[in-house]
Ligand binder design. Structure first.
Ligand SMILES: [Zn+2]
Length: 211
């Protein structure tokens, strides 16, 4: 891990959004001195490296797409260099997802993995199966968020919301309920087929299908 210097920006706890100081030894877990949540430091650092590399590669990719000289050797070299940075991001985010992250970090990590997996599959660097895996995880994260939001709305809405709106929410909620078991078995099946050496922990472990 990089050594702390005065130039290093403060570490922001992902749970409470507060700048906190970190221990200078190489322990894995550290309790935030503001909110008390346990931070998996290697996972947090890998996530930060992954985001930085992803942003860098995205920006370079946008600039490259705007350039007019296509298929020249300079263009191809720049394109390959960008893919290298995306590869770095892919490995870092995957490593981060192997540890403990917050739910929003997991969701963002999965979204980044889907984007990069699509790009890599086009270059035959990874299998379509792997793209499918990350895509299914993104669908699950999105469906869980939507389900929780609908439950919240139904619990807190009263007469200010029309009966028709509530009916539509209930229908959507039922539709989502039917989706979860199918998603679960698809994810497990694809993961089995991929046979990860270090399976990612990118699904929400705290999520429960509540009424
Ligand atoms: Zn905190």
């Amino acid at each position: 891990m990089s050594t702390e210097t005065a130039d290093v920006p403060p570490f922001i706890c992902p749970y409470c959004d507060t700048a906190i100081s970190l221990p200078d030894d190489d322990r894995r877990f550290h309790a935030c001195n503001h909110c008390g949540k346990q931070l998996d430091l290697p996972a947090q650092f890998a996530f930060l490296r992954g985001i930085a590399a992803f942003d860098e590669a995205q920006d370079a990719n946008i600039a490259l797409k705007q350039s007019r000289s296509r298929r020249t050797s300079a263009f191809i070299a720049r394109e390959n260099a960008i893919v290298d940075v995306f590869t770095e991001a892919y490995c870092s985010v995957q490593a981060a997802l192997g540890g403990d992250l917050t739910n929003s970090q997991r969701a963002l990590g999965v979204e980044m993995m889907v984007n990069m997996a699509l790009l890599f599959a086009k270059r035959s660097m990874i299998s379509r199966l792997e793209v499918n895996y990350w895509n299914l995880l993104m669908v699950e994260h999105t469906a869980q968020e939507e389900y929780d939001a609908i439950r919240e709305k139904l619990a807190h809405s009263s007469s200010i919301f029309g009966a028709l709106k509530r009916l539509r929410w209930r229908q959507r909620k039922r539709q989502l309920r039917r989706t979860f078991p199918k998603l679960d078995s698809s994810i497990k099946q694809v993961a089995d087929n991929i046979a990860f050496v270090n399976p990612p922990h990118a699904r929400r472990t705290d999520w429960k299908l509540l009424d």
